[in-house]
Design a protein around this ligand. Structure first.
Ligand code: PEP
Length: 257
């Protein structure tokens, strides 16, 4: 993997305009870490204000609706978030899958809609604690990802540019306990094989695969050293510039990949 590590913050439902100063600090710090690609997915309400001020970081959304528009009270389309300045959207996050009943087919429809609106997508996947304990984590994630990604025929030619995959074991998200390097390595290798199978070596080998789930400045170096880890999707530790950029710093040090 020759691409820059990709470090993405997911602010979830945190942040009013009072957080704009933190986004500014992240943007300033990102200008000193050019070896790393830094991006932020704030709540919808902060996409435009952050986009307007940001000089270095890309801004994205945490979800979008699959339809272009219509009678969907409370929803927001891919074209709308793109219009607000979003360059990417996170899709299939476990908090959407479990909290909002998003099934794989729904996630796929959103992905196709986002790509049509010109957005890059970060496709999340990950198993529950029960699935991991049953020894079926790799098979589960393989099936979930295959069913959630757009069909290869629906992908643009520059797959590696438009698609990022984030492996986020559900039990590791927000728990304070990340997956072990061995488990991350096994899963990322399986995801890489699937991406090559779906999109061919040229594109499939270049898609970045992020790890997400309790990444902190203290454990980031160990995680980034795992083969096939191309960066991280970060929740809690992305809420302050200090901890988020501590992770970016760990990613800017050489790691074998
Ligand atoms: C996430 O929400 O995508 C996430 C990885 O959260 P945390 O870093 O807090 O575990």
């Amino acid at each position: 993997m020759t691409r820059r590590p990709y470090i993405v913050g997911n602010w979830k439902m945190h942040g009013t305009r009072a957080m704009l100063s933190e986004a500014r600090a992240i943007d300033r710090a990102a200008q000193r870490h050019m070896k790393v690609e830094v991006a932020l997915a704030p709540p919808y309400t902060l996409i435009h204000p952050i986009h307007r001020e940001a000089e270095q970081i890309a801004v994205g959304a945490q979800d979008c609706h699959h339809a272009e528009g219509g009678a969907f009270t409370g929803d927001i389309s891919a074209a709308m978030i793109a219009d607000a300045g979003a360059k990417f959207v996170i899709l299939g996050h476990s908090e959407r899958r479990t909290g909002h009943g998003e099934v794989d087919a729904m996630v796929r429809a959103k992905a196709e809609s986002a790509l049509a609106a010109g957005l890059r997508i970060i496709m999340c996947c990950g198993e529950s604690a029960e699935t991991r304990e049953s020894g079926k984590a790799v098979a589960f994630v393989n099936e979930q990802l295959k069913a959630s990604l757009p069909l290869p025929t629906a992908m643009p030619a520059d797959v590696a540019e438009r698609l990022t995959v984030a492996y986020e074991p559900i039990w590791a998200v927000g728990s304070g306990t990340p997956a072990t390097p061995a488990d991350i390595g096994e899963m990322h290798a399986a995801i890489r094989a699937l991406l090559i199978d779906l999109f061919g070596v040229e594109q499939g080998a270049e898609v970045r695969i992020l790890y997400g789930g309790s990444v902190k400045p203290e454990n980031a170096g160990e995680i980034f050293a795992v083969p096939e880890v191309g960066g991280a999707l970060i929740g809690g530790a992305s809420l302050t510039a200090d901890s988020f950029m501590g992770i970016a710093l760990a990613a800017s040090e050489p790691f074998e990949n």
